[in-house]
Write a protein of this length. Sequence first.
Length: 86
Amino acid sequence: MKLLMILALSFWGAVAASCAGEPDPRPMAEDPVCLVNRDLGCLRVRVDEDTPRATYKGKTYYFCTRMCKAEFERDPEKYVGHETGK
Ligand SMILES: [Zn+2]
């Protein structure tokens, strides 16, 4: 019975690892423009020194592309306050 548990755990471990792909230590952020536009495919952005970002009211926001950043800067109020809280 115990062996079965170990087999089950290692099976699910392998599934989780294959879904995650390559390990990436960079933190994740949500692109507020994509969030509002419901563009969920690129909602999650990896944060590194090249990630487009803008600071608004003391908070830093990250974007998937410079286009999203430009859109945010044109009308920041449209995009703040929509965080999903994750
Ligand atoms: Zn975006």
